[in-house]
Write a protein that binds this ligand. Structure first.
Ligand SMILES: *[C@@H]1O[C@H](CO)[C@@H](O)[C@H](O)[C@H]1NC(C)=O
Ligand SMILES: *[C@@H]1O[C@H](CO)[C@@H](O)[C@H](O)[C@H]1NC(C)=O
Ligand SMILES: *[C@@H]1O[C@H](CO)[C@@H](O)[C@H](O)[C@H]1NC(C)=O
Ligand SMILES: *[C@@H]1O[C@H](CO)[C@@H](O)[C@H](O)[C@H]1NC(C)=O
Ligand SMILES: *[C@@H]1O[C@H](CO)[C@@H](O)[C@H](O)[C@H]1NC(C)=O
Ligand SMILES: *[C@@H]1O[C@H](CO)[C@@H](O)[C@H](O)[C@H]1NC(C)=O
Length: 459
């Protein structure tokens, strides 16, 4: 009961404040996109006793200044003022009648423009009740133009390892502003920039910056633009050009006298592909029985001591030249130490499995024992949740986490302990026999030598 009395009292108070029940009903806010059409509602509730409407005025309120938009007058008719004349009209024809009905003076705004964003006042001049007015806030949105571009169609990985912008995502002239995010497995960073235009729209721009390298080639880069609750995504795949990454395959550390059909192959990973392979023997000329086909050196006939030496392969593509080297030495007899690698591998596997099982059994035993002691000592605390298991072992580190130039091949090969071969990326200037100017494309003396294992030619 008290609630009803309260509400009644409130209504009464409102009535007194609003005169005798007349009020202007409007939405509190409205919004629309540039170019669209929006209705601004204005309804006069003319309760008993009805009052006489002398005029209805629509006004735009911006920065504290009022500007007339439209006027409806029972005697003088209807007038929409410039600059709204072409785009604003009263929704109901009855407003324009000779004896107009001015209860609903809703207006229709067409072809919205950013400059239409403002508060709009609908004011009723009545007799004898005086003026009644209300207000609607109109917000105008502008849909942005979104696009993603690669900085250049092809990106070149330089030896200096400089960061560079590889892609740009722009969401231009949006209101409200978009939010840009990136999705990629590339290890790079993004820069963001917002520019506010005079008309209230905002251009958001983001650059994706990486150090181009062999590893970034063919990586996918996705730009995710969020505008209000829309998501726009766009992807590119990077095309990174890089110098050859060279390895010489074929020397298994077991080149003995009279062995037949040995060969060395220069393998290079390069983008664009290698166009020239050049073989040479450090400190000498290639043996006479050698035949070069593409990237392979075929040694005709049986192995002799003459084949020993340091073999160098220069691989060249459009980006540069890199060198692979292998030290070939010749033994008198085949290596007679123990079983061949395959058997070692199998043995190693067996030992490893044995070890793993051993460790697992130990862990289980220890765990059992601990549980036992626990149940014996804390008999009252046996309601431990089942989640109290030992934490799982940490996940294995992925290859991609490893720094530098370890490739899956390297990791795979490191099992073959019996055929380790050293090779180096030489600065060609260091090679007395070749005074070519290619050295500028090479890494500095600090990274001169790298070690890798080379498989017996199995490709
Ligand atoms: C309308 O906008 C004005 C100024 O921007 C603000 O002060 C007012 O609170 C807004 N009214 C409503 C109902 O949103
Ligand atoms: C409104 O005020 C802002 C800042 O005070 C000004 O930049 C803008 O030009 C004004 N707009 C109008 C229509 O006067
Ligand atoms: C807002 O201004 C920007 C820059 O001047 C312009 O490119 C864009 O078309 C404008 N947007 C609208 C909706 O007028
Ligand atoms: C090349 O061979 C000569 C002797 O034949 C030797 O003095 C020199 O150290 C060798 N150079 C290299 C780089 O092995
Ligand atoms: C060289 O390589 C190309 C393409 O891999 C192949 O078509 C060609 O037969 C090779 N030439 C020789 C002499 O092996
Ligand atoms: C032959 O080369 C291998 C690998 O470089 C090395 O381990 C071995 O000691 C060399 N043998 C001789 C006789 O120089």
């Amino acid at each position: 009961m008290a609630v009803y009395v309260g509400i009644w009292a409130l209504l009464l108070a409102l009535n007194i404040q609003a005169g005798s029940g007349q009020m202007v009903q409007m939405d509190t806010s409205k919004s629309g996109f540039v170019g669209s059409q929006v209705e601004l509602r204005c309804v006069f509730s003319n309760s008993n006793p009805p009052v006489k409407i002398s005029q209805v005025t629509w006004q735009k309120l911006l920065n504290g200044t009022k500007q007339n938009v439209a006027i409806a007058n029972p005697a003088l008719g209807v007038s929409v003022l410039p600059p709204f004349k072409e785009r604003v009209s009263f929704k109901h024809a009855a407003v324009r009648h000779r004896t107009p009905s001015l209860e609903d003076t809703t207006i229709v705004f067409s072809n919205l423009q950013l400059s239409d964003e403002a508060a709009y006042i609908c004011e009723y001049t009545t007799f004898p009740a005086g003026n009644r007015e209300n207000m609607v806030n109109l917000t105008v949105y502008a849909r942005p133009m979104t696009r993603m571009t690669l900085t250049t169609p092809t990106i070149v990985a330089r030896a200096q390892k400089r960061k560079m912008t590889v892609a740009t995502c722009v969401s231009a002239n949006g209101k409200p502003p978009s939010v840009i995010k990136w999705d990629t497995r590339l290890k790079g960073e993004a820069t963001y920039q917002e520019t506010r235009n005079q008309n209230g729209t905002v251009t958001v721009r983001s650059n994706y910056v990486v150090i181009p390298s062999r590893e970034t080639h063919k990586q996918k880069l996705t730009c995710i633009v969020t505008y209000r609750n829309e998501k726009i995504t766009d992807s590119v795949v990077l095309n990174v050009q890089y110098e050859p990454e060279v390895q010489i395959e074929g020397f298994d550390g077991n080149w003995y006298l009279n062995r037949q059909n040995v060969q060395l192959t220069c393998r290079a990973d390069a983008n664009p592909p290698v166009t020239i392979y050049q073989w040479k023997l450090l400190n000498g000329s290639l043996p006479s029985n050698v035949e070069i086909k593409n990237n392979t050196l075929f040694f005709k006939g049986p192995v002799t001591y003459d084949l020993a030496g340091t073999y160098v392969c220069d691989a060249t593509n459009g980006i540069g030249t890199r060198t692979g080297i292998v030290d070939v030495n010749i033994t008198e007899k085949p290596m007679a130490q123990g079983p061949p690698g395959g058997v070692i591998g199998i043995l190693g596997g067996v030992v490893a499995i044995g070890l793993i099982i051993g460790v697992a059994v130990t862990v289980v035993m220890v765990h059992r024992r601990q549980q036992k002691t626990r149940t014996e000592t804390d008999n009252d605390l046996t309601d431990l949740p089942p989640a109290h298991k030992p934490a799982p072992p940490p996940p294995k580190k992925k290859n991609s986490d490893m720094k530098g130039h370890l490739t899956s091949d390297d990791i795979q090969n490191s099992g073959h302990k019996d055929c380790d071969v050293q090779y180096a990326e030489l600065d060609t200037a260091a090679l007395a026999s070749s005074p070519s100017p290619r050295s500028s494309a090479h890494t500095g003396p600090g990274d001169l030598v790298e070690y890798a294992t080379i498989q017996p030619s199995s490709h």
